[in-house]
Design a protein around this ligand. Structure first.
Ligand code: ACO
Length: 181
């Protein structure tokens, strides 16, 4: 069978349409158009795109996967208390993963793993950064498997964290420490 040539690059304004479509297809939660604008313009958000260079018909630069994240001040987050607090470093940061997705036909090829690796590498290079963290809905087995396999630690279960179509769902909080965090 055909083996795709997956490449990773930064997000760009021309990714807007595909980014919105894929989010709508794979997430139960709706995102504001302002969020997508921030992602493709990398305004307050860092993101990586996966594309298949071997795709024909001008699709070789079309998004097939993505990860989006935001840098946050550790002390302003719910996990600030978990990090060794150092009063001499009040500017400690964390990288919070907002969304991660791979289009269905490209799953189980290690693309999500590579996207998460990009985030971890990026976070490790920020001297003030102590961890990468994220929330995942408790029934999302593929994502939970992925984070566990990548040595993220599940540190909390949050009751009713998500509200989807009037129904509450729990979430797990996963953390990957960097820079001795
Ligand atoms: N069942 C069990 N384990 C799985 C599955 C699955 N269906 N899919 C992936 N994994 C695990 C495997 O153990 C795999 O490890 P291995 O390669 O050693 O076997 C590991 O995850 C890495 O798999 P990838 O191939 O890198 O994952 P993929 O590219 O298929 O993407 C993802 C996984 C992102 C969860 C995909 O299924 C998806 O887009 N789902 C819909 C959107 C979603 O759920 N996103 C994450 C929400 S959480 C958040 O956004 C913060």
């Amino acid at each position: 069978s055909h083996r795709p040539t997956i490449c990773y690059r930064h997000m760009q304004p021309s990714d807007l349409e595909a980014l919105e479509r894929i989010h709508a297809d794979i997430f139960p939660i709706r995102y504001e158009s302002e969020f997508f604008q921030s992602v493709v313009n990398e305004r307050d958000i860092v993101s990586w795109a996966a594309v298949d260079r071997s795709r024909p018909n001008g699709q070789s630069d079309e998004l097939i996967g993505f990860v989006t994240a935001r840098i946050v001040l550790a002390k302003e987050t719910e996990i600030g208390d978990l990090l060794r607090y150092d009063p001499s470093k009040p500017d400690q940061t964390l990288v919070y993963i907002l969304t991660l997705g791979v289009v269905e036909t490209y799953r189980n090829l290690g693309i999500a793993r590579s996207l998460i690796c990009q985030v971890i590498k990026y976070a490790s290079r920020i001297p003030t950064c102590r961890a990468v963290y994220l929330h995942v809905i408790s029934y999302n087995i593929p994502a939970i498997h992925l984070y566990k396999k990548m040595s993220f630690k599940c540190i909390r279960r949050l009751q009713g964290f998500y509200l989807i179509n009037g129904q509450h769902y729990d979430s797990f909080l996963f953390v990957y420490y960097v820079n001795g965090g």
